[in-house]
Ligand binder design. Structure first.
Ligand SMILES: C[S@@+](CC[C@H](N)C(=O)[O-])C[C@H]1O[C@@H](n2cnc3c(N)ncnc32)[C@H](O)[C@@H]1O
Ligand code: SF4
Length: 364
């Protein structure tokens, strides 16, 4: 009705706990409807409440899809964000309305101050979820510390259940350590434990059913990720297995696979085999992008704000921090970058021709 929309509009303008005179003259107190930060809202109304921070460019694996064989040129240490800089930015974003921070990399668990960073973030009022994406190599050892420091959500990458194939894909050893990490995460009560699997034709697409079978007894959320093009990863369309094809294959074995309600940002399309403890999902960034509901921003280890995983426009927050910019000035910079965010990415073929960073230098 007209009254409701007037009330809603006033509410947006005036914010929470505000007495609002609605059109028909009644006074009402509206609670908890703070307007979302203008700096984190883009031209299409997307509210960016999810921040991914890369803690390092280094990694103890060399995954084929993430980095070129010859490695990447690492940024000198002095140009990487310090502990204090990471925390200053986290504080600023959470103050503006970020509710979830994911720590990623490179391999976040090899950063020596990772537990300290998490424990400090845990103190930030308004931050609901701290998540971490890890390759699982050091996980079993650091899990008690992570839990104590306050990690809520774990995503562990695993692309093959065959040790020799695992080693081929990641160009290093360590399969059993990852499995140990996943089992320990389940034991310690993480539920679900998310397992990220990048599906590549001719490499691991024949293991889809084995990954689904893992969800029978364990509370795992196996997420099949469409192979995405990044600098140096030799992506080509033929190596990508689309969501439609994966789903079709899985349904031949489990025809009664049931769709589950997705998360509100729609990144994963979720399913469950009836009777199985865990679930599965598909991250369809290539064949069916979820740009329309994207709520993510990224900060690279060298302090650049990246508003889109597949865009090459970046702004150095580190340089502004180091030149003594005030919070207000930083917010203006952030707001301008968010304001330039495109409606959607350029499509997989264009992306594959574009200059970006290798994934390891972005933070997935
Ligand atoms: C860059 S890694 C960083 C965190 C950690 N080292 C790990 O592997 O989980 C984050 C995620 O990006 C995914 N990823 C990397 N390159 C990718 C690509 N070309 N296509 C799809 N996913 C990719 C990885 O599988 C991983 O789940
Ligand atoms: S995907 Fe993760 S584990 Fe693999 S090379 Fe990239 S950063 Fe390292």
């Amino acid at each position: 009705t007209g009254d409701n929309s007037t009330e809603y509009a006033l509410n947006l303008i005036l914010g929470s706990e505000t007495e609002v005179v609605v059109a028909h003259g009644h006074r009402r107190v509206l609670k908890d409807v703070l307007p979302f930060s203008e700096f984190l809202t883009d031209a299409f109304g997307r509210r960016h409440s999810y921040l991914r921070i890369s803690l390092t460019e280094k990694c103890n694996l060399r995954c084929q899809y993430c980095m070129p064989e010859e490695g990447v040129k690492l940024t000198p240490r002095s140009q990487l964000l310090t502990t204090e800089e990471v925390l200053t930015l986290a504080r600023l974003f959470v103050h503006e309305g970020v509710e979830k921070i994911r720590l990623t990399g490179g391999e976040p668990l090899i950063r020596p101050d990772v537990l300290h960073i998490i424990a400090e973030m845990r103190k930030l009022e308004g931050l609901k979820t701290i998540a971490i994406t890890t390759n699982g190599i050091n996980l079993a050892r650091v899990l008690p510390g992570l839990k104590k420091a306050g990690v809520d959500l774990l995503n562990i990458s695993l692309d093959s259940l065959v040790p020799a194939k695992f080693e081929f894909i990641v160009r290093r050893k360590g399969f059993h350590k990852v499995i140990e990490g996943i089992d320990k995460a389940v034991e310690m009560g993480y539920n679900p434990v998310k397992v990220n699997c990048v599906v590549m034709r001719g490499l691991n697409e024949d293991e889809l059913l084995d990954f689904v079978a893992l969800t029978e007894k364990k509370p795992l959320d196996v997420r099949f990720i469409e192979y995405m093009p990044f600098d140096g990863n030799k992506w080509n369309f033929k190596k990508m297995v689309s969501y439609a094809e994966m789903l079709d294959h899985i349904k031949q074995q489990w025809p009664n696979l049931e769709p589950l309600p997705g998360d509100e940002t729609g990144t994963a399309k979720a399913f469950r085999v009836p009777g199985f403890k865990g679930q599965l999902g598909f991250i369809t960034s290539m064949s069916d992008n979820f740009c329309g509901s994207c709520n993510r921003l990224r900060i690279t280890a060298d302090g650049n704000l990246k508003v889109c995983l597949f865009g090459n426009s970046e702004v150095s927050l580190r340089d502004f921090l180091r030149s003594g910019a005030s919070d207000e000035e930083l917010l203006q910079i952030i707001g301008a970058a968010v304001g330039r965010k495109k409606k959607q990415h350029a499509g997989m073929f264009n992306i594959s021709q574009m200059k970006n960073r290798p994934m390891i230098l972005i933070g997935g």
